[in-house]
Design a protein around this ligand. Structure first.
Ligand code: ACM
Length: 766
């Protein structure tokens, strides 16, 4: 069903009132430039500035340096600077690159000197020289574009692994989008692109020996409008894979930018697409379809020799396409139920003398590790590969926290830290209603920035095993490039700084000072970075009888907020917000966050009325007590293209909490509900899924005071929403207490659909 996007109400409210002091990010006196990541050492030289002239030329002392010079021209252009020409003769150039193999710099290091005659970049390898070019391009697109203060920068990264993982299996990205992300990674001095190419929902890499992996495994029929041809009503498939030629093209494109590409083939779980293509790889022998569910699937590869040979044959082609030293073999979230239930797997384990399924998984991983080693490659796996014993040379990617990484490093294994608590980019970055679908547990920019990859508990002689850190972008809920870029930026800048800059130099306030320049570069690059951290959030607390409200404004990053109450446009000359505002209803508040006199994002407009004080939308409601919690921000399944309605919902229990609702004088309740697909495999979390029992054919909307007892409201639900995808339900409210915690829930097991709350409005008689 096509569902129109509901009008999002910005005038929402939250009972709590956040008091904000005068802590806004202040513009520091002009000094160090806006470089991200911060260089290891920046020294102002006190001489005359370099001023870029239109006729300026770029040059290099040899062929390799001239290649970097040409890359610099492109980096500067991408950042919004002018397009300069490369000089034939380096001595005629003002921006000069010099490879000096005799210099004893660490890997990736460079030196950059700015004087009134130009910018000189030197390094002992082309990686370092390239990073010097990145820095030079940022210097020339700073506060006063084209003007750079005399200075010397001596720079080298803290970690060798500065990564981004992209899931191209759940949703598929075009070659152009991958190239755009690689460009952005290079601009952040990130050097590892971990490409998640296989999963339950799709196999996205051509393997010539097994053509069905992509013929069958790269397509699924998505839910809703996108899964049906509007003309014929026939199923319409969502397909995508990268040919080997395309993969080689991406690998080469990345290599030019000094980014290694690490492929991931997920084993033994997340294997549904492969098993759908070749059912003999599975445990049950059943033919599987690639369905359109998310979550943790039960399907595992079987443990037969023929399956291991299949995996090795796949790896042979993978190794041929990906020159990087590492190959990732997954290992995550492989629930072992199918292996436990399979007499063949159990018999296999007995034959091998393995005591449990963890050891069976470990046996498979060790076999693959040996194979990779024979082909001069090293194995990486998610931290589950620690269970049942780790192959000696394996590198661990710690995602379930940092504990797995700590254990592995303590045992002498190399580790990459990418904990779900700080490094998962599908976790949303603010609690704004304008966030895209994802996981509403927020990983704010500050939190991402604050992540320290080396655990304090790790012994000093084991610290070198922490190779670095990685941001992971899983894409179940990220259907398009715009949302992908929203989730990645600017948080990737924070990840980059942690990966590159010396720990004692990291400073979030300084980072916020430098960030606005980076946003300008993002705009020049056409990157749709998140606006939400730069917008203003509003909370209000009303006094209905007095006809007034107390309004709290907040920028999530602490940038200065200015506001207008008179309907005029907000500017830096508008009053600065310093403390909650008292307004008379109805009121209109416009507000924006500013840095250095310029707005950081479009102004927000909030209408505060008697009605808005009595209204809450899903983003401003909590979770009902006593339920299991898996809060997601989910989108509707239509329209096929374009924007869709999104809802915050606990998929374990569709119930929303309005804490301490003021019910005085309230005589009726109105609720707008939407309906979205309920498409989750929960594996061992299944028992946490709870539905209150339905009393009528299609279940009810129920509202309970203090979340218990007889419902205050119980309204039967229709079999389906209206043509716009929503239904509005209204019911009188009798015998309600003057204040209560309201639990608003939908009863019944409505799978494969799920009713979701859009908003609730209390109605008074006057
Ligand atoms: C993971 O998030 N399953 C690595």
């Amino acid at each position: 069903m096509t569902k129109s996007l509901r009008a999002r109400r910005r005038a929402t409210l939250l009972g709590s009132c956040l008091l904000l002091g005068l802590t806004a990010v202040q513009v520091h006196a002009a000094g160090a430039p806006s470089l991200i990541p911060l260089p290891a050492r920046y020294q102002a030289d006190g001489g005359k500035d370099f001023v870029l002239k239109d006729a300026a030329r770029v040059g290099g002392n040899d062929e390799a340096s001239r290649r970097v010079a040409a890359q610099f021209v492109e980096l500067l252009r991408q950042n919004g600077g002018p397009t300069l020409a490369v000089a034939e003769n380096a001595s005629k150039a003002q921006i000069r690159f010099r490879l000096d193999p005799s210099a004893t710099n660490p890997a990736e290091a460079y030196t950059l000197k700015v004087s009134n005659t130009g910018i000189d970049v030197s390094a002992s390898d082309d990686r370092g020289l390239f990073y010097g070019a990145v820095t030079a391009a940022q210097l020339l697109t700073d506060q006063t574009p084209g003007e750079v203060a005399a200075a010397t920068i001596t720079d080298a990264p803290r970690f060798v692994w500065r990564g981004l993982m992209l899931d191209s299996a759940r949703h598929f990205q075009s070659m152009d989008e991958i190239r755009k992300l690689l460009d952005a990674m290079a601009q952040h001095k990130l050097n590892t692109f971990h490409w998640h190419l296989t999963d339950d929902q799709g196999w996205r890499m051509e393997i010539k020996r097994y053509p069905k992996l992509t013929e069958v495994g790269s397509c699924r029929v998505p839910l809703g409008d996108a899964g049906r041809d509007p003309a014929t009503g026939e199923p319409r498939r969502y397909c995508g894979y990268y040919t080997q030629a395309q993969i080689r093209e991406i690998v080469a494109y990345a290599a030019e930018r000094h980014i290694q590409v690490i492929p991931e083939i997920d084993v033994p779980g997340h294997a549904t697409a492969a098993i759908a293509a070749y059912p003999e790889l599975g445990v049950t022998g059943r033919k599987l379809a690639i369905d359109n569910q998310w979550g943790v699937f039960p399907n595992l590869f079987n443990t037969e020799e023929s399956t291991l040979q299949f995996l090795e044959n796949v790896l042979l082609e993978v190794i041929d396409m990906f020159p990087a030293r590492y190959v990732h073999v997954g290992g995550d979230e492989a629930v072992k139920d199918q292996w436990i239930a399979s007499p063949r797997v159990q018999e296999h384990m007995r034959r091998l003398g393995l005591k449990d399924e963890m050891e069976m998984q470990s046996h498979m991983i060790k076999r693959l590790e040996k194979f990779l080693e024979q082909h001069d490659r090293r194995l990486i796996g998610w931290d589950e590969i620690l269970e049942g014993g780790l192959p000696p040379e394996a590198t661990v990617m710690s995602w379930r926290g940092t504990e797995g990484g700590l254990k592995a490093a303590s045992e002498g294994h190399d580790v990459i830290m990418s904990p779900v608590t700080h490094m998962y980019m599908d976790y949303l970055q603010t609690s704004s209603p304008d966030e895209p679908p994802g996981r509403p547990t927020t990983i704010e920019l500050r939190k991402a920035y604050g992540f320290e990859p080396v655990p304090a508990e790790l012994a000093a002689d084991k610290r070198q095993h922490i190779l670095g850190l990685q941001a992971n972008m899983f894409t179940e809920h990220t259907r398009n490039d715009r949302n992908l870029e929203h989730n990645l930026f600017p948080r990737l800048a924070a990840v980059a700084e942690t990966g590159w800059s010396p720990p004692d130099k990291r400073d979030f306030d300084g980072f916020l000072q430098r960030l606005p320049r980076q946003l300008q570069r993002y705009r020049a690059m056409g990157i749709h970075y998140a606006q939400t951290p730069f917008q203003v959030d509003m909370h209000d607390q009303g006094d209905r009888s007095a006809g007034t409200a107390t309004v709290t404004l907040d920028n999530p990053l602490g940038y200065a907020v200015h506001y207008a109450l008179d309907g005029s446009a907000v500017s830096a000359a508008s009053p600065r917000y310093v403390q909650p505002l008292q307004v008379r209803l109805p009121a209109e508040v416009r507000a924006a966050a500013f840095f250095d006199g310029k707005p950081l994002a479009a102004a927000s407009r909030f209408a505060i009325t008697a009605g808005s004080l009595l209204t809450r939308d899903d983003t401003r409601l909590g979770l009902c007590p006593g339920d299991g919690k898996l809060l997601l921000r989910l989108e509707d399944d239509g329209p096929a293209d374009g924007e869709r309605a999104v809802f915050n919902v606990n998929i374990f229990s569709p119930c929303w909490l309005w804490q301490d609702a003021d019910l005085a004088g309230v005589s009726a309740v109105k609720v707008r509900a939407g309906r979205i697909p309920y498409n989750f495999q929960l594996a061992h979390d299944e028992p946490s899924r709870r539905f209150a029992p339905a009393r009528t054919a299609h279940g009810e909307l129920e509202i309970l005071a203090d979340c218990k007892g007889t419902p205050l409201v119980s309204v039967p639900l229709p079999s389906a929403p209206g043509a716009d995808g929503f239904v509005e339900l209204r019911a009188p409210l009798h015998a309600a207490p003057p204040r209560a915690d309201l639990c608003i829930r939908f009863t019944g097991d409505t799978r494969p659909a799920l009713w979701t709350l859009d908003w609730i409005q209390l109605e008074t008689t006057h």
